[in-house]
Design a protein around this ligand. Sequence first.
Ligand code: C2O
Length: 540
Amino acid sequence: AAIVEHSFIVKNLMVRRLCHEQVITAVNGSLPGPTIRVKEGDTLVVHVFNESPYNLTIHWHGVFQLLTGWADGPVYITQCPILPGCKYTHRFNITGQEGTLWWHAHVSFLRATVYGALIIRPRSGHSYPFPKPHKEIPILLGEWWNANVNDVEAEALLTGAAPSNSDAYTINGRPGDLYPCSENKTYRLKVKRGKTYMLRIINAVLNSQLFFKIANHKMTVVSVDAAYTEPYVTNVVVSAPGQTVDVLVTFDEPLGSYYMAASPYASTFPAIPFDNTTTTGIIQYVGSTSQTPVMPALPDFNDTPTAHKFYSNLTGLANGPQWIPVPLDVDEHMLITIGLNFELCATCQGGQRSAASMNNQSFMLPEKLSILEASFYNVSGIYTADFPDEPPVKFDYTNLNLSTDPSLVYTQRTTKAKKLKFNSTVEIVFQNTAFLGIENHPMHLHGYSFHVLAQEFGNYDAVNDPKKFNLVNPQARNTIAVPVGGWAVIRFRANNPGVWIMHCHLDVHLTWGLAMVFEVENGPTPSSTLPPPPSDLPKC
Ligand code: C2O
């Protein structure tokens, strides 16, 4: 195993997109930032220099961080921010996972422009559980605003409404042909006819799920969230922010050029305004002279059946490389409602603003000290360890007419953790609720991947629905898109001591408080005990 070392110089940069100059924060002067390539078992060392005017942290999305929770990166969860002019070195092993992950800023809305791919190949002497592709291509799906993203976030907090829509989606940082002033900067991929390529698709968008298609070509999904799947053939991929999908594509169509394209899957009901545009990239067969690419027909923005079919048909590659067995007995059962609320706010228009919650707890970042430090050094007053295992009231969660009970519609900001014993097994039923609109929420857990046992529409039925659990080859993920007006059940083993945030990966919902943390206790041995923080951990 090797040590792979990188420096991230993070600073403001002027870029041109959509006929418009905009100052963004970027890593090493590029958008997206650098692609990091490691092999399973390597140690990654990244020196982060914050030369931007903003507080910064970097998160390694999906990396287990076994016993290296201090490197995880979410602001005020595992560290205080890296202040402008300061630096922090992340150092961690990448073991037990292969595939595509990514890294992104984990403070405010900065991840809109501070993100990049993290590619984990099998270690030497090991191979993929499928034929080696001719080439592997990262496809980062992003979102672009003609505004400063910090202003967009401030708007989401102050107006009590959804923030302004983005102005474009992007493929590898470029909006593509269908947007103004973007044509000659469209992302292009040259392919050799007859060869099979792997596209490593990363949804780095802030606030929208996406459909992704390639005209006239089928894709075979071979892994999601850096966990192998049974090969699944499809002509459309759906992914939520935070999710990755690796597909194999054999380019065996007539010589020509073909668009890859992505457009939103917007599940919210009642519908709210959203960015309903399409980003494109061009796949050009080597040897073809065709100038007009073929365009795929993308699903309608509200095509929930297509999204659900893709999400729920995937299965894990049981007993394949890095497979983690499904825990068969459960120590901790949790039923967690997720959804939108209001919170009272004296200074806001109308005296209230939008909030979001889990079990009606709207999460507030501590800002004085990180929760991991408070937990490690036993500092009181930062958080409480009383996150509830169940919602305060049980009711018909998905009935849009039943969203008027003030005890449920209104929430308060708290900072609550759920304590877990080392190695305990946890089952979570995520139940979407219909307050102020119903929506598919992509729930992301740090520090672990989990098995997705079942997902469906309606209210979870604790008697009958467990009969539907897939305990044999469920997909393993770090982000589960909980069906709109429905539920999903996950399981994981809490074998990684530390403090791990679980949150909706729609950034606006995270801002509104759709988050909670797990505080996982140390195990009995030194090899199951979190070591003290590195000496350069940023101080508050
Ligand atoms: Cu991709 Cu908490 O994040």
